[in-house]
Design a protein around this ligand. Structure first.
Ligand SMILES: [Zn+2]
Length: 478
């Protein structure tokens, strides 16, 4: 279908548009939007007034839409956007494009909701030495690092990130500047500082120690009042069980989900006992599998429908491919990972990656590698709802393309269904963060966070590495 022909429908369209703009309500729930739907009389629920005053600022036309809901993709799609919002979704030939609207052709592309990365560290950009980083760059975190990392994500099609561990004021400040449109970057959902038994020396600004139940509740309240979106627990096996319960209970009182590390068996046990909402990483270090006793508990939890899904962000690509990347100079030299960073910082990070295999962070990776297949399979079988997340920011794991790599690895190394993989980066993250009514799918009424890739991610997930079009809140940013 030629886009040129479409755009020339021109003047005749405005009258038609009054009509077609009423489509969204029927379109939203019904994929059959050919002439049958138009003639079927199902489109009278919208008011003419609303339709006639509705402007359209941008139209994405021609590509196949994978909308995030998991159904059959919509060929020859038309997405009409007014300001920040999607006002109509339909097909070429049945949903008209108003005259004078900016039309972007998505022919040859697949169109998807903006991606989410559910586990990033915006205060880190891949440097190999945490102690050095924390000592040298505190003043740059809010000024340059977090903004650059957020922009790297956005330009790769990651329109939303969940940041799990950062200094509170800095990350909230950048979050708000992006939300107000003062900075260009992925929409940030953040935990602010980790909550843990005792912060490691020199990390007190982004790791808060917990000392007793009263302190636990007070710190959660302080974070909630400041405006975080989620609470992050780590080393909860070193806390008292009462502290863990107090954190989870207080967070839930403030309607905040709780995300917990699950590297060690006791972290998982306590997290489950306290009722956390989401576990992170593919854990258990070099142990060959999750112990059966924990699997029983996991299955018991995921069988309780009323409590909602138990989420799990395996961040498995970084473990799966670390060894290959360590030896791949082109991966380490790819300019995409240091774009938007000051030169001096980029050079400093690159220098730090010359001896990757000596990093304590990755010491156990070779031993963990052979266990990952079994653990990923166990997690899938347990009924947890897995989410795309990357741990981007940790040594040699870069914002922007880590997300695509995680998606490719799920499909290629762990045989995950491509549609499920896409939904794990769109629909489910939005639900997990309680914002599915506003984002997470390409649907009428939602915020227009939309990307397009050349090729078909359902048959070649690799195409997600090169996102050609990025629309955030209705504005084309790439
Ligand atoms: Zn992490």
């Amino acid at each position: 279908m030629s886009v040129f022909r479409l755009t020339r429908v021109g003047l005749a369209v405005s009258a038609l548009f009054l009509f077609s703009a009423q489509l969204p309500i029927s379109v939203a729930g019904n994929r059959k939007i050919g002439t049958g739907a138009i003639g079927s009389g199902t489109i009278n629920r919208n008011t003419t007034t609303a339709a006639s005053t509705r402007a359209v600022s941008l139209a994405l036309v021609g590509g196949t839409l994978i909308d995030g809901n998991g159904g059959v993709p919509l060929k020859n799609s038309v997405i009409l956007i007014d300001g920040e919002r999607i006002v109509a979704v339909g097909q070429v030939g049945s949903l008209a494009i108003p005259a004078g609207v900016t039309v972007v052709s998505t022919e040859g592309m697949h169109v998807l909701p903006g991606l989410w990365d559910m586990h990033v560290h915006l205060m880190l950009v891949g440097h190999g030495n945490y102690a050095y980083w924390d000592r040298v760059y505190p003043a740059e975190i809010g000024r340059t690092i977090i903004p650059a990392a957020a922009k790297q994500n956005l330009m790769a099609g990651v329109t939303s990130v969940r940041d799990l561990g950062a200094p509170l004021d800095e990350v909230l400040d950048v979050k708000r500047r992006i939300a107000r449109g003062e900075l260009q970057g992925a929409t940030i959902y953040t935990s602010g500082p980790f909550l843990q038994h005792e912060s490691y020396p020199g990390t007190e600004r982004f790791r808060w120690s917990i000392n007793g139940v009263i302190d636990a509740r007070a710190k959660v309240k302080r974070l909630a009042d400041a405006g975080v979106d989620v609470i992050k627990l780590i080393d909860q096996d070193l806390m008292t069980m009462e502290e863990v319960r107090a954190i989870v209970d207080e967070a839930h009182k403030h309607k905040l989900p709780v995300v917990a590390h699950a590297h060690r068996p006791e972290e998982l046990r306590r997290g489950l006992a306290a009722g956390v909402d989401d576990f992170e990483h593919t854990g258990m270090q070099a142990a060959p599998s999750y112990p059966e006793e924990l699997m029983v508990q996991l299955r018991d939890r995921t069988a309780q429908g009323a409590r909602g899904p138990l989420y799990w962000t395996p961040t498995i690509d970084v473990l799966t491919n670390f060894t290959a990347r360590r030896d791949d100079d082109e991966y380490l030299d790819d300019p995409r990972w240091y774009q938007f960073l000051p030169d001096s910082i980029a050079r400093d990070v690159r220098r730090s990656l010359n001896a990757l295999d000596t990093l304590a962070y990755y010491r156990l990776v070779p031993d963990r590698g052979p266990t990952l297949q079994q653990k990923f399979r166990q997690l899938r079988e347990s009924g947890v709802r897995m989410l795309i997340g990357t741990d981007a920011g940790v040594p040699a794991n870069f914002h922007g393309y880590a997300t695509a790599e995680e998606m490719v690895t799920w499909v290629r190394a762990y045989n995950m269904n491509p549609m499920e993989t896409i939904r794990a980066a769109t629909y489910w993250p939005a639900l997990a963060m309680g914002v599915l009514d506003r984002v997470g799918t390409v649907s009428v009424g939602k915020t227009a966070d939309i990307i397009a890739v050349r090729g078909n991610p359902l048959t070649s997930m690799e195409v997600i590495r090169n996102v050609e079009l990025v629309v955030q809140k209705g504005r084309r940013v790439r």
